[in-house]
Design a protein around this ligand. Structure first.
Ligand SMILES: Nc1nc2c(ncn2[C@@H]2O[C@H](COP(=O)(O)OP(=O)(O)OP(=O)(O)O)[C@@H](O)[C@H]2O)c(=O)[nH]1
Ligand SMILES: [Mg+2]
Length: 386
């Protein structure tokens, strides 16, 4: 049996005591450190509240002075930038917007009917009214009628500028002149408003955003009056040529006529909307190329509804059946409506402002020998009023 020496027992007891002492000391040190840390954190919070400490949030991308794009997945959480679209939508809905459309073509080509079909309301008065007083004169005299159309809370002030009498005279020489003058007068008006020192928060916009030119469905080619009109007006306004009363042509005649018109437009250097040079990006180009390949749209207008297979459709009833205006197999009315309202309305306004009005503005300011440096804008305004 092994003998336990007293000294060994004493040693063990002493060692155990030392361990216990060290653990106790460590515990005390730990709690002191914890207390210190807590105290320090409290001081930080206090200083932060007093604005003394700058809290720096780590940045996911270092830009080093270069412009970078921080995409949604790089953000720490939802910021809400996309809500700006709702804000813009709400503002536009409150303020509404203006759209001014001009219709040009010989009497009886269906201008009023087509505008009423486009906006599904009586926005253009038909001239074949039995009331003599209401009969429109047969000289080129421009008439503009405005209506506020509201759909799903969005208000649009639509102005239809009619040109009764265009091309109706025996001598149609210079019959486009009143129309050119009207378009330029609206630019002039806008320019004057822009040059005021105290401008209106919103300048009333009477500029022609689109000119729909009605070609009679002759099946031949462009007439000299069509060429002359579109050549001149194409430089100052967005022109959309259409074949009116297309129900009078067979499908083959329609295709041939369209082809011939496109050739004539090219041969005469006529610029119609949408112009290739104003396409903003490749996506725009693809969409607009499809439109360009298909112009002028062969359309049919009506203000009557008929029953077809139990559904009410806009159409023209003949002895042989109903020509459905909104049926793509019957005519290209929906292509025209899509272009003017559903896909390109804002672009038509942008092209008017950024291209046509801008060209006019530069020319007018140059003509008046004006500069727009600093205070000389006032001088521009004074001179334009003289
Ligand atoms: N076949 C056919 N007739 C149409 C079409 N659109 C209109 N019409 C008819 O053509 C006639 C003249 O239509 P309007 O819309 O008054 O023609 P407009 O060009 O406004 O005539 P003005 O105001 O005199 O310049 C009316 O009897 C219409 O019903 C169409 O697409 N096809
Ligand atoms: Mg009319």
């Amino acid at each position: 049996m092994e003998e336990v020496k007293p000294s060994a027992v004493e040693d063990k007891a002493a060692a155990e005591e030392a361990v216990e002492e060290r653990v106790a000391q460590e515990k005390t040190e730990d709690s002191t450190a914890q207390n210190k840390e807590t105290e320090e954190r409290e001081v930080d919070v206090e200083r932060e509240m007093e604005g003394e400490v700058e809290v720096v949030t780590p940045c996911p991308t270092e830009s080093h002075g270069l412009q970078g794009t921080i995409k949604g997945h790089d953000l720490f959480g939802y910021v809400g930038i996309e809500a700006v679209l709702d804000q813009m939508r709400r503002k536009t809905m409150k303020a509404g917007f203006e759209f001014n459309i001009m219709v040009v073509g010989q009497s009886g080509l269906g201008k009023s009917t087509l505008v009423n079909t486009l906006f599904k309301s009586k926005v253009s008065r038909k001239s074949c009214s039995p009331n003599y007083e209401e009969k429109i004169s047969k000289t080129v005299k421009l008439q503009s009628v405005s209506h506020v159309i509201e759909e799903k809370g969005v208000k649009m002030k639509l102005t239809v500028i009619d040109t009764p009498g265009f091309g109706d005279q025996i001598n149609n020489e210079n019959c486009w002149e009143p129309i050119v003058s009207y378009v330029n007068e609206q630019y002039e008006r806008y320019l004057k408003e822009e040059l005021y020192v105290n401008r209106k928060p919103r300048i009333p916009d009477t500029r022609v955003h689109c000119c729909v030119y009605f070609l009679p469905a002759t099946g031949h080619w462009l007439r000299p009056i069509d060429v002359e009109f579109m050549k001149r007006l194409g430089k100052i306004v967005s022109i959309v040529p259409i074949i009116a009363k297309a129900d009078t042509l067979t499908m083959e005649e329609r295709q041939e006529f369209k082809q011939r018109i496109r050739q004539d437009l090219n041969a005469n250097g006529i610029r119609v909307y949408p112009q290739t040079e104003y396409d903003e990006d490749p996506e725009d180009r693809i969409l607009n190329d499809k439109i360009r390949e298909n112009i002028p749209f062969a359309v049919v207008g009506t203000d009557k509804e008929h029953q077809v297979n139990g559904n009410k459709v806009l159409g023209r009833k003949t002895k042989w059946g109903i020509i459905e205006v909104e049926n793509v197999a019957h005519c290209e009315f929906t292509n025209l409506r899509d272009l003017l309202i559903r896909s390109h309305l804002q672009d038509l306004k942008d092209v008017t402002h950024n291209i046509h009005y801008e060209t006019f503005r530069v020319r007018r300011l140059n003509e008046s020998n004006l500069t727009v440096h600093g205070g000389s804008v006032l001088c521009a305004q004074t001179m334009l009023f003289l």
